[in-house]
Design a protein around this ligand. Structure first.
Ligand code: ATR
Length: 279
């Protein structure tokens, strides 16, 4: 008897830019699992019907990406507490006839930082941006008892988040004053291809400061390049993508996939090729 193939997906609109199929299919191949991970482009108006159809048609679950991470919460039968606090679901598991939503971005961010540096040395963090991604980063930092300051172009949004999470808000004009922060995080879309730059030169940052960007395309964002130029420790966003993917893979396919340098190199090469092709 042939074993039934286990299928998972990433759903978004658009979804062609996503590296998740490359990542999960790499793990499936490495681990000899009879599975498949597909990219599904879906406009918002068809999101509920598409998800329900997939749940009824043998898929084990999937990832949810931009712009559906918030809307999907209404479609889930269950959403775990952390995802409720983040206000977004990025991972779905179809089990017991239910659509279950969780958020692995929080863990993905923290695991990526802790892979490269000791979290015990980080007491304070400056978070640039106050969008959906920022909420996951703030929750992750607070779970490690790190004091957070939020800095955003639209100050009212920084203030609102600061109030909700009990942290400080900083005016965008002061974003370059980095005295004292142990960790500096970019969660804005600045640095992505075609977007602007944060215009931070890291003059005045502590020499021990760690700088990280959640943007992974390009791998070397201007934010990280500027920090590198001041000889600060930098951590790219690709690791967050990989670490947020690991728990979903384990739930869907029953085995924990390995995160190693070979995987990073494989995905970096894929990104470089994509960049070349989109020139
Ligand atoms: P995500 O869910 O990925 O965080 P988002 O909710 O759209 O995306 O948030 C994007 C973030 O990037 C916001 O903090 C946004 O700042 P505003 O709240 O002022 O819009 C920030 N951002 C986007 N473009 C920016 C720019 N040109 N300059 C400064 N910040 C920018």
């Amino acid at each position: 008897m042939t074993q039934q193939i286990k299928k998972a997906f990433v759903i978004g609109d658009p979804v062609g830019h996503s590296l998740s199929p490359k990542l999960h299919n790499y793990w499936l191949g490495q681990m000899n699992i009879h599975g498949k991970y597909e990219a599904i482009a879906c406009p918002e108006r068809y999101l509920a019907t598409t998800i329900k159809k997939m749940a009824d048609n043998g898929y084990v679950g999937g990832n949810v990406t931009i712009p559906h991470k918030e809307k999907i919460m209404m479609i889930c039968d269950e959403v775990d507490d952390l995802a409720v606090r983040v206000g977004a679901v990025n991972t779905l598991v179809f089990e017991d006839g239910k659509i279950k939503g969780s958020n692995t971005d929080v863990e993905g961010f923290i695991q990526n930082v802790s892979r490269e540096t000791s979290l015990a040395d980080i007491k304070t963090a400056l978070v640039l941006g106050a969008g959906g991604a920022s909420r996951a980063v703030i929750l992750g930092l607070q779970s490690e008892s790190i004091e957070v300051t939020i800095c955003n172009r639209t100050f009212s949004k920084a203030e609102k988040l600061a109030q909700e999470f009990g942290c400080e808000a900083l005016d965008w004009e002061h974003r370059g004053k980095l005295l004292g922060y142990d960790l500096i995080v970019n969660t804005t879309s600045l640095g992505m291809k075609g977007e602007g730059t944060t215009n931070i030169n890291f003059v005045g940052a502590k020499q021990s400061a760690v700088v990280t960007d959640i943007v992974y395309n390009p791998i070397h964002t201007e934010f990280l390049i500027a920090a590198d130029a001041k000889l600060l420790k930098t951590i790219g966003g690709l690791g967050m993508l990989i670490h947020q993917a690991q728990p979903g893979f384990e739930k869907w396919f029953g085995q924990k996939p390995e995160i190693n340098d070979e995987l990073f190199h494989y995905l970096e090469r894929a990104l470089y090729r994509k960049e070349l092709h989109s020139e």
